[in-house]
Design a protein around this ligand. Structure first.
Ligand code: HEC
Ligand code: HEC
Length: 193
């Protein structure tokens, strides 16, 4: 290893350490206000990195990042019978596709993730609660984060329709960026606390 390379690697490690600490203290972004600068561009939830998943599960809605639900929830969503009656729609898959996608979702699920925000989506999840399929929009963390958003901007908003349409309001949703500075609600604009 050259001397120069060694310094670059040390610098890189320093940045990674700094980045991790930055996320840890900002927790969910409320305590120390808006995250700015290069931290803003960091994904809150790891972006989708599986082409098959993106194609098969991203045609009707955003291919939700695996880190938005814990593994037991994905197992329920990906059950063969559940895919046949998928929130009122039909999303049946060939068995090899189904098992491949389930493996991807499980490996990167909220309870497996390193991102603080991702892990928050796993808190309090109970696989035996409720009768229908689990929803990201019904997790404790999601509900807490959206309880100040009035229905008139969601169900009553023809350009949104439901909370399941993350990209309607979160401009960076496809990249896993959900922080307040990248919100733009149709007919309303940016979100100001
Ligand atoms: C044929 C269209 C279609 C396909 C394909 C599809 N979905 Fe869906 N999905 C829906 C509909 C419709 C909803 C309900 C949206 C709503 O309530 O507004 C939904 C909801 C969801 C939700 C719950 C979102 C929430 O409200 O929190 C998850 C999770 C989900 N889908 C995952 C998947 C996965 C994983 C796949 C691939 C196996 C997939 N979907 C493929 C139509 C589809
Ligand atoms: C109607 C617009 C709208 C939709 C649709 C929506 N959100 Fe949000 N979201 C918001 C607003 C507004 C906030 C900030 C609320 C506040 O600070 O009180 C927010 C906050 C968040 C936060 C917390 C960000 C932070 O930095 O604290 C996350 C994570 C998040 N949303 C994820 C999602 C996901 C995932 C979806 C789709 C399943 C979604 N949202 C759908 C409007 C929306």
């Amino acid at each position: 290893m050259t001397h120069r390379k060694g310094i670059l690697i040390l610098l890189g490690l320093g940045l990674i350490t700094f980045g991790t600490a930055g996320v840890a203290v900002s927790d969910d972004g409320d305590r120390n206000g808006k995250r700015g600068g290069w931290l803003t561009a960091r994904a809150d939830v790891a972006p989708v990195a599986n082409a098959t998943y993106g194609e098969e599960c991203g045609s009707c809605h955003l291919a939700y990042q695996p880190g938005l639900l814990p593994a037991p929830a994905w197992a329920q969503v990906m059950d063969p019978a559940a895919l046949g009656d998928h929130y009122g729609d039909e999303a049946t898959l060939a068995e090899t596709l189904r098992t491949g996608i389930l493996a991807y979702l499980t490996a990167h699920a909220a309870d497996q993730a390193s991102e603080v925000r991702s892990r928050a989506f796993a808190v309090g999840f109970d696989a035996h609660a409720g009768t229908g399929l689990p929803r990201i929009t019904e997790t404790r963390y999601f509900k807490r984060k959206h309880d100040r958003v009035p229905t008139s901007l969601v169900a009553g908003n023809p350009d949104v329709g439901s909370f399941s349409q993350c990209p309607a309001c979160h401009r960076g949703a496809a990249k896993g960026i959900y922080n307040d500075s990248q919100i733009d609600i149709p007919g309303h604009g940016p979100w100001k606390d």
